[in-house]
Design a protein around this ligand. Structure first.
Ligand code: NAP
Length: 288
């Protein structure tokens, strides 16, 4: 039966992500074709297999998901996938390497429940990882004034350069944060802070959070103790601490999962969709 939903799961890691497979099945995929260790050079025959097997009317029942822990490799694969398509002979495709797009979209949408993002000053701690860099990109697209922080200035600047090349009139600045003083400085006047640091790394002590009198929203994406923002609990969802709406990683994770499933479902609505950060943000926005 050619109306069975088939998802070609292309993963850049040694092991194809079980997490992504389970979400796909929960989102209604009938058959998963799971491929690991795929790089941009090895994509063509996989994609041709998905493109050339079903008639044009049934192509929307086949889709591609690009995942894996390395976002740069995933992006190269995603580009290579698109190069295989021509005219109407294509299948809808999505990239969510390391959960970066779905997690970043959830964080940005939750922040937007509390503040107008346009013109807001947003600090992204550990902005250089897969999730943090996507958060920077999505907030820049919403015309926020984004401060991308890293222990290493050159890494923060690379994120800003990348985002500026993708987002028109992006207002993004790079900040080295490697001391209490530099943390205090980057937080000065911030409306929003999103902590996208590695698992088990605390980046924002409670004293700095409480001293940032302008802060309205604080979101921590690290679920592994010690948590990224001291004093916020992992399950917190819009919990008010001293006038700041606070979210922990599990508090964000619920919306992330809804967005992930909705994006997979949307892949099967037509055969011409390309879902990257901005499209996935729009899918999340439509869920409300
Ligand atoms: P990552 O790549 O592991 O790390 C992000 C950044 O953390 C790094 O680029 C680095 O920034 C900083 N970092 C790493 N080690 C550090 C250390 N020892 N001390 C201080 N900073 C350090 O993280 P990711 O994959 O982007 O994910 C970000 C967070 O989101 C993680 O905690 C992850 O578990 C979480 N996550 C949550 C969800 C959810 O649904 N809630 C989903 C996916 C991921 P610099 O080198 O630039 O300082």
């Amino acid at each position: 039966m050619s109306d069975q939903k088939i998802l070609l799961q292309i993963d850049t890691d040694a092991q194809t992500s079980v997490f992504d497979s389970v979400v796909a099945i929960d989102a209604g995929v009938d058959h998963l074709l799971r491929h690991n260790r795929v790089d941009a050079g090895g994509v063509r025959d996989l994609v041709y297999g998905a493109m050339f097997t079903r008639g044009p009317a049934d192509l929307k029942s086949t889709a591609i998901f690009v995942g894996g822990s390395d976002v740069a490799s995933g992006e190269a694969v995603f580009k290579a996938v698109q190069k295989c398509f021509f005219g109407p002979i294509r299948v809808s495709s999505m990239i969510d390497s390391n959960g970066s797009n779905t997690t970043a979209a959830a964080a940005v949408l939750l922040a937007a429940k509390h503040i107008e993002l346009r013109g807001a000053t947003a600090v992204i701690l550990a902005a250089t990882g897969p999730v943090g860099s996507r958060v920077v990109r999505l907030l820049a697209g919403k015309q926020a004034k984004v401060r991308a922080a890293s222990r290493t200035l050159v890494k923060a600047q690379a994120v800003c350069d990348d985002v500026s090349s993708l987002v028109d009139a992006a207002n993004v600045t790079a900040h080295q944060v490697d001391s209490t003083e530099s943390l205090t400085k980057v937080l000065h006047g911030a409306d929003l802070v999103i902590c996208a640091g590695a698992a088990g790394i605390q980046l924002l002590p409670v004293t700095n959070r409480e001293a940032t009198s302008t802060l309205q929203v604080a979101i921590d994406l690290n679920a592994v103790p010690p948590l990224g923002i001291e004093g916020i609990q992992v399950h917190d969802r819009a919990v008010d601490y001293g006038g700041v709406a606070c979210y922990g990683a599990v508090g964000v994770g619920g919306l992330k999962m809804k967005i992930h499933k909705a994006a997979i479902r949307q892949l099967f609505e037509s055969n011409d969709q390309l879902l990257d950060a901005e499209e996935i943000l729009a899918i999340g926005a439509a869920l409300d």
